[in-house]
Design a protein around this ligand. Structure first.
Ligand code: BGC
Length: 759
């Protein structure tokens, strides 16, 4: 997969007198010498730069690039969206797509889809593949992955993130980051931090206590930095502690660069840098995306960026320090030496068969079977008829959604894949059923589909119902899409239920008495009050280029489903932890310049809330069925009593710490076909001196088993897995007492337990 120049370089090093790590070259400056370490190159380059050149590094020169140092042969730094594909080129100064004809990429699945694989190997494959596409397109910083926690099902950007649980998001982000960076492309983890809604995203102050911050909203970022070694982090649009997050002292200086020792670059979200002074001192390194269009006519608009002329003035009159500038410039140079000027830099690859295969595999592994009365996998006799109903069987979904909008070489829609799979042996008929979003283009990317519709809602339903009359099976494929108020950047959803009257369509189809399968395509939780009327329900996702194939692989049984929900699907929005306007979308408070949003629910989001409060849900976190069955037995802890109680400093490694306990369980495939199960380990701390959730995810493994096969699955626990965050002591605490290790197939389906004592 790797077409690297590093092998060639290594060979050269052996032959050359200079040799990697050996005597250094005298004929070129150290910063140009690839055999030097990154730090040697930074130390050599930095003093060569003029004040103006250093400042130029700290802000954009175009919509997606900063200038490098042309005089010294130090290249520009190019960024690209986004989390699940390489964005088409835009104009130099504007958001508009440039209209290139060679920038159609592979669309990989959206990140909530990746999270649903619960498979670290899929995340590594994803990161490597998208990193190769970024490198091929000569990009140095990939603006992703996103790891903001799904706090409310309504957040328009949940599809770009990795679910509701910090452990799952942490485990999944690490291989993604490593995979991207293997290519000499920096992963830019976003949006840091407590950015959990799109409503008024640039004018809302998140009010969150420290325990909640450290236990829920920071861990995935920390893992990306500490374990994944992320080279870049993007600040978010919102405020925290009353300060904008792109120049938020506590988040960027104290936590990210202080406690976690982050040595990479902090990039502002586009337009997220909001004043002249804070960015100078509060941890921002590169200012991107501040409006340029309105400033044109004043010479070079980029000179008016906060970190351009205003910064130069402050440096010249002593209000800003040279050390501060050197820190920023040093970090930016480090990023350039790690990426564009790295000896390990790859050539990359683009829209390759390997990337399409990766996209299909990841998408297929993510699909979650929620209910099955035996209707799935599809079995329709030759000569029979399959009626497909619903807009999402036809509508392409890689176009739209905001900055993650993609221009792909192709996208396989479910209907096409169904036609291919049944290959004329079964009649496949499509009825639209409802009209959702008829748009087919976004930022000048056009799918070329015609989604216009002249029938009214009742006629659409009547047509679908009458087409069901001679069908053997009805397959409804609906859900959300990437338009405003759906899964979309810049707006939140307005309801948790299916939009566009889809429930009525589903109920009408069920009333025909035909076997009914419902596929919900979405990137965030959708309530399913109609669940009883469907024989089978499938959670599909935005699967990218190969989405149709992946979905049909699962529907036909070519792939046995093994995805698990990365978030809870509640029965109703009102059942959830967010119940007041204070909590979401925030309120105006006298004397406060921005909207205030109070995270009053604290650590109790997702299954932590439903489980602890005993509130029934439609489908729990971690849930997903298979075409086979699994039996769990013999859960054991290695030791009944373990040592390790105590405090852990915030600067110490958590997650990769010393093992204090090992939990094992035997899992057997008791059904007729091969399949994979995600075995989940939750920990309960019933004797804690503070409130703790009923259980918390602390381990998972995906195991593949042939029929009748048994494997032992093992989980190592470190002290971090047993700890809660003590806000007063500002440290992690693992308290002595009895802990329970709960092993199961979902957060609500615990199959085996074992207890142990921590001393
Ligand atoms: C989004 C980022 C994105 C950036 C550049 C912003 O509006 O919030 O996620 O990377 O634009 O397109």
């Amino acid at each position: 997969m790797k077409n690297t120049v590093s092998a060639a370089l290594a060979a050269l090093c052996v032959l050359s007198a200079a040799g990697c790590g050996g005597p250094v070259r005298k004929d070129i400056p150290a910063y140009l010498d690839p055999s030097r370490t990154v730090e040697e190159r930074v130390a050599d380059a930095l003093p060569r730069l003029t004040l103006e050149e250093k400042v130029a590094l700290t802000h954009a020169q175009s919509k997606f690039s900063s200038p490098g140092v042309p005089r010294l042969g130090i290249p520009e730094l190019w960024c690209t969206d986004g989390p699940h594909g390489i964005r088409p080129e835009v104009l130099w100064d504007e958001w508009d797509q440039a209209g290139w004809t060679n920038d159609s990429c592979t669309a990989f699945p959206a990140l909530s889809c990746l999270a649903a694989t619960w498979d670290r190997e899929m995340s590594l494959l994803f990161g490597r593949s998208i990193g190769e596409e970024a490198r091929y397109r000569k990009k140095d910083i990939l603006l992703g992955p996103g790891v903001n926690i799904c706090r409310t099902p309504l957040n328009g950007r949940n599809f770009e993130y990795m679910g509701e649980d910090p452990f799952l998001a942490s485990a999944m982000v690490v291989p993604y980051v490593r995979g991207v960076q293997e290519n000499g492309v920096a992963a830019c983890v976003k949006h840091f931090a407590v950015n959990n809604q799109e409503t008024r995203r640039t004018a809302t102050n998140s009010v969150v206590d420290d325990r909640t911050l450290y236990e829920i909203y920071l861990p995935a970022f920390r893992a990306a930095v500490r374990e994944g070694g992320a080279w870049a982090v993007m600040g978010s649009y919102n405020l925290y502690n009353g300060q904008f997050n792109c120049h938020n002292k506590r988040l960027l200086c104290d936590i990210l660069k202080g406690e976690w020792g982050f040595d990479g670059v902090v990039v502002s979200d586009w337009g997220g840098c909001r004043n002249d002074d804070e960015p100078v001192t509060n941890g921002l390194d590169i200012e991107m995306g501040t409006g340029t269009n309105g400033l044109s006519g004043k010479g070079n608009p980029y000179d008016y960026y906060h970190l351009a002329n205003p910064y130069l003035e402050r440096l010249r009159d002593g209000r800003a320090s040279i050390e501060g500038l050197d820190d920023k410039a040093g970090r930016i140079l480090r990023t350039i030496f790690r990426t564009g000027m790295s000896p390990d830099v790859q050539y990359g690859s683009f829209t390759s068969p390997e990337h399409y295969a990766a996209a299909r595999k990841i998408a297929a592994e993510s699909i979650v079977l929620l209910k099955n009365d035996g209707t799935l996998p599809l079995h329709i006799a030759e000569g029979g008829k399959l009626l497909v109903v619903g807009e999402n069987a036809f509508k392409m979904q890689t176009v739209g959604g905001g900055s993650s909008n993609l221009k792909t070489k192709y996208e396989v829609i479910p209907l096409q894949a169904l036609h291919e799979a049944f290959d004329g042996k079964v009649k496949v008929q499509w009825e639209r059923g409802y009209v959702g979003d008829t748009s087919t283009s976004y930022n000048l990317v056009d799918t070329g589909q015609d989604l216009t519709e002249s029938r009214d809602a009742q006629t659409l339903i009547a047509d679908a119902v009458s087409a069901a009359a001679d069908a053997d099976l009805v397959l409804f494929i609906g859900g959300l899409n990437k338009s405003a108020n759906q899964d979309n950047e810049g707006t939140d959803r307005t309801q948790i239920e299916l939009p566009y009257g889809q429930e009525e369509v589903i109920r009408a189809l069920a009333a025909t008495g035909k076997p009914l399968v419902v596929v919900n395509i979405s990137g965030s939780p959708v309530a399913m009050p109609w669940a009883d009327v469907a024989g089978a329900i499938v959670q599909g996702w935005y699967g990218g280029t190969e989405s149709g194939h992946a979905l049909v692989d699962v529907l036909t049984g070519a792939v046995n489903p093994s995805g698990k929900l990365p978030f809870t699907v509640p029965c109703r929005l009102e059942d959830g932890p967010i119940r007041t306007e204070r909590q979401y979308p925030g309120i105006q408070v006298e004397g406060k310049p921005y909207w205030e949003e109070y995270y009053d629910e604290g650590i109790y989001i997702g299954y932590r809330w439903y489980d602890t409060k005993g509130i029934p849900v439609q489908f729990p976190f971690g849930y997903g069925l298979s075409y086979t069955t699994f039996e769990y037995s013999d859960a054991k802890v290695a030791r009944a009593v373990v040592k390790g109680a105590g405090k852990t400093a915030v600067t110490e490694a958590t997650g990769s710490g010393k093992t204090v306990q090992t939990v094992t369980v035997r899992v057997k495939n008791t059904g007729p076909v091969a399949g994979a199960e995600v075995v989940q380990l939750y920990i309960a701390d019933p004797e804690a001196s503070v409130d703790r959730p009923a259980k918390e995810l602390k381990g998972f493994r995906k195991v593949f088993l042939q029929p009748g096969e048994t494997k032992t699955v093992s989980f190592d626990l470190d002290r971090a897995a047993l700890s809660w965050f003590d806000a007063e002591g500002h440290c992690w605490v693992a308290e002595p007492g009895t802990f329970q290790a709960l092993v199961g197939s979902s957060s609500a389906d615990i199959r085996a337990t074992a207890s142990f004592e921590l001393k």
